[in-house]
Design a protein around this ligand. Structure first.
Ligand SMILES: Cc1cc2nc3c(=O)[nH]c(=O)nc-3n(C[C@H](O)[C@H](O)[C@H](O)COP(=O)(O)O)c2cc1C
Ligand code: SF4
Length: 484
């Protein structure tokens, strides 16, 4: 095939499911699992492993509601008694087994009476729907931009969901696959795309089966005529959730982000204009079109617009995925659907690894972009993680930065060296040693934000800065902060 050995090795070594056997035991050691005893679980599994079976500590497996959790091949095994597998959540409690179930509750109405493209953009803009993959880019603006480019155009559903603490896309694909696909079909009709892709993370075997079954039903109902939808299964690399890294991966290379601009809406898959949306973003589109953008926007509270799915995990009675208005406070989610904290709260991560680390005093902050900004945090992918007071904030921060260091694609120096360096500083600090002054650390953080190519390197400094602000006493040995 005229492919050099080096090229093969380069790609294979990038992806964990190509490097390691797919039937290995993978124990999640992400922060939520770590605070609930994952390191002990990993040690036990390694001790009991027989005949050279591989047991690996891996980053988030996307089953934080079952933490601590491991996977044997495709099978997910929860470990802890307190987990109740998510419990019921608004709307999602009622799963759709078949297309008929979905239609019986109003499904396909948006697809069957699709408004004109201009009207779709208007409704999306009025709804305030803004990318639930984490970046929060206004969906209507993105759709309008893609439609303005010359075809052919592709549509890609980002189902890579690797953000620690985030399980919402899995819930949707497992319980409401037809809804996800209706959103995707609306996007394809809108963009006049005949080819669409779902980039799905390897670990989501049940999602894969549910999507495939739903696609078969939709095909049998004649709803896919003239369209081709393919599932592309990732191979275990968090960075492939970043949209341009995903494009590289789909084209058969290492998942290394591209420089933007050009944006995927201009130059995307195979160089063509491509509409990329998160699973959950698309799943809200049918409701926006059915209700009208303004009515959907009015579902939000405290000035925020619309609703979203909050993944709630960690030290709560009912970890799971709950639909709630944007603008709900952290307390409303934790003490409402999630059943309350099971231990005194020590720290809160509002929306995923780079969203920040907040003290318990933030419980009454609304989970909305503007409110969280005042606390130096963001809403990200709404993966709300509650850490007990027994889990030291310094360890939470060190584990978060270790995650970024492990998952960096290594393309750019500030991210590659920065995350490793900061992790070293934190580990040394934990051991009572000073590897770098506070002023030097801040210089590194500035360089990472200013010069990293993608959101991973640009976002990693946020939790560090949060920890400086909310737990200054932990960093006193590093000396005075840099002067502004
Ligand atoms: C490091 C990194 C990881 C990401 N992972 C995901 C992911 O797993 N799923 C996702 O939908 N978006 C992820 N994103 C955001 C995507 O790049 C992109 O903004 C999103 O898929 C666009 O869809 P949306 O506008 O509907 O959110 C990630 C971004 C970064 C920087
Ligand atoms: S910021 Fe990090 S993850 Fe992103 S391209 Fe650079 S090295 Fe890769």
């Amino acid at each position: 095939m005229n492919i050099r050995r080096g090229e093969v090795h380069e790609v294979v070594s990038f992806y964990s499911f190509l490097r390691e056997p797919t039937d290995a035991v993978r124990v999640c050691i992400g922060p939520v699992c770590d605070c609930l005893g994952a390191r002990d679980l990993l040690a036990r599994e390694q001790e009991q492993a027989q005949d050279g079976a591989r047991v690996l500590g891996v980053e988030c497996l996307g089953h934080c509601d079952l933490a601590p959790v491991l996977m044997r091949g495709d099978a997910v095994e929860p470990e802890l008694a307190h987990s109740t597998n998510g419990g019921p959540s608004v709307d999602l409690a009622q799963a759709d087994e078949t297309l008929a179930d979905y239609e019986a509750r109003g499904g396909l109405a948006a697809l069957r009476s699709l408004p004109q493209p201009g009207r779709i953009v208007e409704e999306l803009k009025a709804s305030g729907l803004a990318g639930y993959g984490g970046a929060g880019f206004p969906t209507g603006v993105k759709w309008e931009a893609v439609a303005g480019e010359r075809g052919p155009r592709y549509v890609i559903v980002n189902a890579d969901e690797g953000e620690p603490g985030t399980i919402k896309d899995r819930y949707l694909m497992e319980r409401r696959p037809h809804l996800v696909l209706e959103g995707m079909l609306v996007a394809m009709r809108f963009a006049e795309s005949t080819e669409g892709f779902i980039y799905l993370r390897e670990e989501y075997a049940l999602s894969r089966a549910r999507l495939n079954a739903a696609l078969e039903e939709l095909g049998a109902a004649g709803l896919l005529d003239g369209l081709q939808i393919r599932l592309v299964v990732g191979a275990g690399a968090y960075i492939c959730g970043e949209e341009t890294a995903m494009l590289e991966s789909m084209e058969g290379r290492r998942g290394m982000p591209r420089l933007k601009p050009p944006f995927p809406s201009q130059v995307g898959y195979l160089g063509r204009p491509t509409l990329i949306n998160n699973v959950e973003t698309l799943a809200h589109v049918p409701a926006v079109l059915r209700m009208g953008g303004e009515a959907w926007a009015a579902l939000g509270v405290r000035g925020a617009k619309g609703v979203r799915l909050f993944s709630v995990s960690g030290a709560v009675a009912r970890p799971g995925c709950y639909e709630a208005p944007n603008g709900s406070t952290i307390r409303e989610l934790v003490e409402g659907p999630a059943g309350g904290a099971i231990e005194e709260i020590g720290a809160i991560v509002p929306g995923g690894a780079a969203s920040g680390i907040l003290p318990p005093a933030a419980l009454d902050v609304p989970l909305a972009r503007d409110d969280l900004r005042e606390w130096g945090a963001g809403v990200g992918s709404a993966g709300l993680q509650v850490f007990p007071a027994s889990y030291p904030p310094l360890r939470l921060l060190a584990e978060t930065i270790r995650f970024f260091a492990e998952e960096s694609c290594q393309k750019c120096t500030p991210c590659r060296i920065g995350n490793r360096g900061i992790h070293h500083v934190l580990a040394e600090l934990d051991a009572g040693r000073v590897a770098m002054s506070r002023e030097q650390v801040e210089e590194w953080l500035d360089a990472m934000v200013a010069t990293s190519i993608c959101g991973l390197g640009q976002g990693a400094p946020f939790p560090v800065r949060n920890a400086f602000r909310w737990w200054p006493e932990l960093f006193a040995p590093l000396g005075e902060p840099a002067r502004a």
